[in-house]
Design a protein around this ligand. Structure first.
Ligand SMILES: *[C@@H]1O[C@H](CO)[C@@H](O)[C@H](O)[C@H]1NC(C)=O
Ligand SMILES: *[C@@H]1O[C@H](CO)[C@@H](O)[C@H](O)[C@H]1NC(C)=O
Ligand SMILES: *[C@@H]1O[C@H](CO)[C@@H](O)[C@H](O)[C@H]1NC(C)=O
Ligand SMILES: *[C@@H]1O[C@H](CO)[C@@H](O)[C@H](O)[C@H]1NC(C)=O
Ligand SMILES: *[C@@H]1O[C@H](CO)[C@@H](O)[C@H](O)[C@H]1NC(C)=O
Ligand SMILES: *[C@@H]1O[C@H](CO)[C@@H](O)[C@H](O)[C@H]1NC(C)=O
Ligand SMILES: *[C@@H]1O[C@H](CO)[C@@H](O)[C@H](O)[C@H]1NC(C)=O
Ligand SMILES: *[C@@H]1O[C@H](CO)[C@@H](O)[C@H](O)[C@H]1NC(C)=O
Length: 744
């Protein structure tokens, strides 16, 4: 999901390539270590005495497997922020370890995938917004592919030395990476995998993705930024004075759990305030076998909010990849920028497709040929397959110098390497975002595709040309883009996920100068700014907004910051977005409002402990992960509905009578004396939702008052979208309420 902008076919192709690369890496691996692979042995919280912890890890291994066990196979020892290690084990050895005293979980070191700046103006966050003097004390840890430090976005002019709380470092190592007062830390982590020809052993970004996300979060203002004239304007991050700490965890073949955890172990202790991680693994892992959820838990425990991307596996339900209650999960919405690319045929008819085409064919007409009529027979392709225009499937002699019509929205590498001038792609896939291809290309719908095909069939010398794209205003924006992963939460359906949406489509931000615009080798376009799409792009918008809130309220907990962002989000429409809250969570990010939310639904470690107790995690488990004397008993048994979450979700059966209560506590952070009245909005139908009391009278700041929300009735609707608003005449504190009957 590099940037997440690929259509399904391309994802498959890409996946195949990755599988090939990985199997090579793994086979090399097993030459030295029969049947062993690396496992993460997670042991919960950091013990008080961290100094002897590596010793502890090796003695545990020797106890388990005898003194001849080679402890040099320990790849990482985590000890700064939590306890654990990564080691090469056979499956049997891993099972044995999992049953040992003091171990929370053992799971394989899997690979994950990666999932401006008009977007800020689009959500009403102008250059002129009020800034807190403390903004330059806020540090955002960006876990990604590294960074391109020479980018103008990371110029440190005007910034003083790093805040004194900063304990991180800059790994200069091989190459020429340097930090400055904007990029105050740079580390890279690499436990396994295949070192590709473009990988650089340093925090330097050879891919572009990490540079893009970091600059979206905290890039300086750069005037005149654009991609070949597209998206022209001032590029800027949400918090241009905040500091960036780079943790490079992703390489050309993906991002490994062991490295993700190593980065969390460091970042939490280094003193970052917000962690931004636009990475995900296939859904459904329990919280404590998921490296991002484990890392985010320890981050939360140490007052650090982790912001994650929801994933790019939409539009189906239950496709969300990051869903732990203690992290913030971000869906991708559109901004008012879209791209059209015209295709003109020899009969002068013009069809409008979608793509970001930076090439200019200067209106010159070229022969157009159907991919299905040009199979590379030496590679054993036939028409029914070559029509998809995959790599190597086309006959160079037949397509060279021509435009190719393809029956799939693909990367364009097939036609490009066969010498084609351009490609017209037709597919039934979604048309709500534009891809950027390696050659002149336009993606048309099946209706126009059929007409183009008819024209080609009607003449012996069909010709066509493809124009440079037009940038246009999408007046329907914002809506949730098709690829954005949807809820519900696969592990705890009654915790609504995703939490929020933010701009993630056609985002212009800084880029790595060694990564071509299309990210494919062979493309000779190297630029300082690029336009890409993905929940990877929406995540750093929220990380920046969280940093912005933190700069005004340095003592707020991660739960409080999350609540402020969620309860002030712009409501989105369930009539445009069919999956409603499962698409957009609380709504679209509104950073300006989030600074002054009125009320907070705060939550701290103790609340999550109660939640976990109620989820069946026992005392022994809880004491390991918390490192304290937390117990799970009747008294500390919290239900999922009583976790003080800033949203309400209830999974039920069709037409089953419901009578359900949710307890919540809100903290006054608005005006000392204020009276909030509850307003519940429910679609007409069988459900009755009440709030008791429905008036909350505060007399001081920081005061906490509780209320109960009850849902009664029954439904046969796939999802009922309701909401609760607390309104004091100044603040509207909005939380979504969803009742649903189906997970998929
Ligand atoms: C695997 O090992 C061979 C020989 O040791 C080496 O040439 C090759 O580059 C390695 N492949 C990978 C993917 O590391
Ligand atoms: C630093 O190294 C990278 C990769 O090796 C190279 O492409 C780049 O030009 C170098 N940059 C500077 C500023 O020397
Ligand atoms: C194509 O098929 C023939 C006959 O089945 C086989 O001998 C040849 O190796 C194949 N070529 C490729 C490139 O797969
Ligand atoms: C067919 O594909 C092979 C790679 O599998 C490539 O080497 C060859 O040049 C292609 N042939 C033609 C005629 O395009
Ligand atoms: C292509 O043209 C032939 C004859 O001119 C016609 O029989 C056929 O139906 C056409 N195919 C399409 C898909 O238009
Ligand atoms: C795009 O269209 C909307 C609705 O018509 C309008 O409010 C907005 O100002 C337009 N944006 C631009 C950049 O023209
Ligand atoms: C846990 O320990 C703290 C002091 O370390 C103590 O104040 C608290 O009462 C203990 N809690 C329980 C549940 O034992
Ligand atoms: C917590 O409550 C649940 C549901 O009522 C129950 O199944 C579980 O046994 C309780 N756990 C403890 C430790 O009391």
């Amino acid at each position: 999901m590099k940037g997440g902008q690929y259509h399904l076919q391309c994802l498959l192709l890409h996946g195949l390539l990755l599988a090939l690369l990985t199997s090579r890496a793994v086979s090399n691996h097993s030459q030295s270590n029969t049947n062993k692979k690396s496992y993460i042995v997670y042991m919960g919280d950091r013990p008080s005495d961290g100094s002897s912890i590596s010793l502890l890890h090796s003695s545990m291994l020797q106890d388990a497997f005898g003194s001849q066990f080679v402890t040099k196979s320990v790849i990482y020892s985590y000890k700064r922020s939590f306890n654990g290690f990564v080691v090469e084990l056979t499956e049997e050895e891993a099972q044995k370890m999992a049953g040992m005293e003091g171990i929370v979980s053992v799971f394989p070191n899997e690979k994950r995938n990666l999932h401006t700046t008009k977007s800020w103006d689009f959500i009403g966050f102008s250059q002129q917004v009020e800034r807190a003097a403390l903004e330059s004390d806020v540090i955002i840890g960006v876990f990604d592919t590294g960074i391109w430090p020479e980018s103008e976005s990371f110029n440190d002019k005007g910034l003083g030395p790093p805040p004194s709380k900063w304990k991180g470092s800059c790994q200069v190592a091989a190459g020429n990476f340097t930090c400055n007062n904007k990029i105050i830390g740079g580390q890279y982590y690499r436990s396994s995998g295949f070192f590709g020809p473009n990988d650089i052993n340093s925090p330097r970004d050879s891919e572009g993705h990490g540079t893009h996300t970091a600059s979206t979060a905290a890039g300086k203002l750069v005037n005149g930024a654009n991609l070949y004239g597209f998206g022209s304007g001032t590029a800027r991050g949400g918090v241009p004075s905040a500091r960036i700490a780079v943790y490079k965890i992703c390489w050309s073949d993906g991002c490994f759990d062991a490295d993700i955890l190593a980065a969390f172990d460091d970042a939490i202790s280094d003193g970052v305030d917000i962690i931004s991680i636009s990475v995900g693994i296939s859904s459904g892992l329990p919280y404590f076998k998921d490296s991002i959820a484990i890392g985010a838990f320890h981050a939360m425990k140490n007052s650090v909010l982790t912001v994650t991307s929801a994933g790019n596996n939409g539009p189906d339900r239950s496709t969300i990849l990051n869903y732990s209650p203690w992290s913030l999960s971000v869906a991708a919405s559109t901004i008012d920028r879209k791209f059209f690319t015209k295709v003109q045929l020899g009969d002068n008819k013009i069809y409008e497709g979608i793509s970001i085409n930076t090439f200019d064919l200067k209106n010159e007409m070229y022969p157009i040929i159907y991919g299905g009529d040009a199979p590379n027979t030496t590679a054993n392709y036939t028409g029914p397959l070559s029509r998809y225009c995959l790599l190597n499937s086309l006959d160079q002699n037949l397509v060279k110098g021509k435009i190719v019509l393809c029956d799939a929205a693909v990367s364009g590498r097939g036609p490009f390497f066969a010498g084609a001038v351009g490609a017209v792609m037709r597919d039934q896939g979604p048309h709500d975002y534009a891809d950027l291809h390696i050659l002149p290309a336009s993606f048309v719908d099946l209706f126009d595709g059929a007409k183009i095909f008819q024209y080609m069939n009607s003449t012996s010398t069909p010709t066509a040309t493809i124009y440079k794209s037009n940038e246009a205003n999408d007046s329907l924006a914002p809506y949730i883009v098709s690829f954005s992963s949807r809820g519900p939460n696969p592990i705890t359906p009654d915790i609504l996920k995703p939490d929020l949406s933010a701009p993630g489509v056609h985002i212009l931000a800084a880029w790595s100068l060694v990564s071509p615009v299309s990210q494919y080798t062979g493309d000779n376009r190297f630029v300082p700014f690029n336009i890409i799409s993905g929940t990877s792009m929406s995540c750093p918008h929220v990380s920046a907004a969280a940093a912005y809130v933190k700069s005004f309220h340095p003592t707020w907990s991660p739960g409080a910051i999350k609540s402020a962002l969620m309860t002030t989000a712009y409501p989105m429409s369930s009539s445009i977005n069919l999956d409603a809250e499962f698409a957009y969570g609380s709504g679209n990010l509104n950073p300006t409002k989030a600074v002054n939310p009125g009320l907070l639904y705060d939550s701290e470690e103790v609340d999550y402990i109660k939640f976990l107790c109620g989820q069946g995690y026992g005392t022994r488990f809880l004491q390991l992960v918390t490192g304290d004397n937390s117990t799970c008993s009747e008294a500390t048994n919290g239900t999922v509905w009583d976790l003080n979450y800033p949203s309400f979700a209830l999974f039920t059966s069709p037409l089953k009578p419901i009578s359900h209560a949710f307890n919540r506590i809100v903290t006054n952070v608005g005006s000392p004396m204020s009276i909030y009245r509850a307003k519940v909005t429910v679609p007409p139908g069988a459900l009755k939702i009440q709030v008791n009391p429905n008036v909350l009278s505060f007399t001081s700041l920081g005061q906490k008052l509780s209320f109960v929300l009850t849902i009664e009735g029954k439904t046969d609707k796939s999802i009922v979208s309701a909401s609760l608003e607390w309104d004091d005449g100044v603040h509207i504190v909005r939380t979504p309420i969803v009742v649903f009957i189906s997970i998929s």
